[in-house]
Design a protein around this ligand. Structure first.
Ligand SMILES: [Zn+2]
Length: 459
């Protein structure tokens, strides 16, 4: 076989681990056993003594901006950041590239550009614009996107993007029916347009431009209100629904209601909503500006609880880099870019503030950051699993390593983080994609540009 990883700890249940040897053959997991199998010869060995071997992480929500917005991020810097964060598969959003991924042709074009640049494996979200619903073109375009292997379709109930406007609720009905037929998930950015527009316009009109006004404008009830509205359609149609970057306790309660009523609804949250509150937004300013905004302590606590009790299905980053400092240091909070390039620090954040504080277990992390998203989006068991025959993707992690977040270690083009200067506990030691080491804590990114492969949804 090509490689064996010896002395590593595989998480079996809760925080329980067992020491095992993992054999890799031709990019796949060939065998996992206790101790060494002397009958198997290998070309290479990695000693993971004392380290956890997670299945490679899957980040199902990133904006790598390529092609079109590459002054912010591109697929090279984005996937290098992923590699440094233990992420071996990313799923890129359809909206933050030009042209947006709203038909087969646009997907082919995007693929031709980014496949030369990817350091880790990747999958795609698709999109549909209101115009395509109005002229009926969405049926063909969705079929073409499905044939090409997208994981699902993303809609915004509110959008700041000219090239990808919000989908009005009445138009979702038709698309949800088609998505149900195609067995594709619909992911929703859930903040009610009318509520946010009302408060944000008013605050701007009276001259408020401080960070707190961003929080007030993206009013709390906008999230549960938007989730209720889209769920009303899903309850009728019976399609698969997914709520992205959940920020609020009340939003979570709505999702819980849907799950209890047997609806096929999943939800993700992101490190920013688990680590920070509006007090931090006021202190740190625009580096912590996101949509939806960070909320209050009770929301944070509810989200951690949701991760632990299984009502939140997975953790994504919503990685989105603004040009720094230009787009993140403008005087008015309204003029700053909303987004954080978080993929490199995601696992360390969850280890430091989740595992180390007893809020979630290593097994939770494995499911929330790898397995569950892979299952939801048809990438499992090729991704998100340590089964024999799965892709040999691993994040080898020293859960006790202490380190400090600094700008110069960031692989993203956007060298800012709300975690800047924070002490972390837990770090990726090596990231392996299909048997190749793409990141080594001592050497940096060791992978190859263009090595990353397009992974298709198999559902
Ligand atoms: Zn996003």
């Amino acid at each position: 076989m090509d490689l064996r990883i010896v002395n590593g700890l595989i998480v079996t249940d809760g925080n329980v681990t067992r020491e095992a040897t993992i054999y890799v053959d031709n990019g796949k997991i060939g065998k996992i056993c206790d101790g060494l199998d002397r009958s198997i010869g290998v070309d290479e060995e990695i000693d993971a003594v004392g380290h956890i071997v997670f299945p490679g992480l899957v980040d199902p929500h990133v904006h790598f901006d390529d092609p079109g917005f590459t002054q912010r991020e591109d697929f090279e810097t984005g996937t290098k950041s992923a590699a440094a964060g233990g992420v071996t598969t990313v799923i890129d959003m359809p909206c933050t590239s030009i042209p947006p991924v709203i038909n087969g042709e646009n997907l082919d074009y995007k693929l031709s550009i980014i496949k030369e640049k990817a350091y880790v494996d990747f999958a795609f979200w698709g999109g549909i614009t209101p115009g395509q619903v109005e002229n009926g073109q969405y049926r063909k375009d969705l079929g073409d996107l499905k044939d090409r292997g997208i994981v699902g379709v993303k809609f915004y109930t509110i959008s700041g993007m000219e090239t990808y406007p919000r989908m009005p609720l009445p138009l979702m009905d038709a698309v949800f029916r088609q998505l149900k037929e195609l067995n594709l998930v619909c992911a929703i950015h859930a903040e009610d347009y009318y509520i946010v527009d009302f408060y944000s316009s008013y605050l701007q009109k009276i001259g408020r431009n401080d960070p707190f006004s961003w929080y007030e404008g993206r009013a709390y009830e906008a999230e549960p209100a938007a989730i209720w509205s889209v769920m009303g359609i899903t309850e009728k149609v019976g399609n698969k629904l997914h709520i992205v970057h959940l920020s609020s306790k009340e939003g979570l309660n709505v999702v819980r209601w849907a799950k209890e009523h047997g609806m096929d609804v999943t939800v993700e949250t992101c490190p920013q909503y688990l680590l920070f509150t509006v007090d931090d937004l006021v202190k740190k300013g625009a580096v912590l500006k996101t949509a939806p905004p960070v909320r209050q302590d009770e929301d944070k606590a509810a989200l951690w609880e949701g991760l632990s009790d299984g009502s939140i299905d997975f953790i994504s980053t919503d990685h989105a880099a603004g040009i720094y400092p230009e787009e993140k240091t403008k005087e008015s909070i309204w003029d700053n870019y909303a987004g954080i390039p978080g993929i490199q620090f995601s696992l360390s954040s969850i280890l430091t503030y989740g595992y180390q504080m007893g809020r979630i277990t290593l097994d939770d992390i494995q499911r929330l950051m790898s397995e569950n998203a892979a299952k939801r989006y048809g990438l499992y068991p090729q991704k998100g699993s340590l089964e024999i025959g799965a892709d040999a993707d691993f994040a080898i992690v020293d859960i006790n390593k202490e380190w400090t977040v600094t700008a110069h270690i960031m692989e993203s083009k956007g060298k800012y983080s709300p975690l800047m200067g924070e002490k972390m506990k837990g770090k990726v030691v090596k990231t392996i994609v299909r048997g190749e080491v793409v990141y080594d804590d001592e050497k940096g990114v060791t992978g190859r540009r263009g090595y990353g492969e397009f992974i298709k949804n198999k559902l």
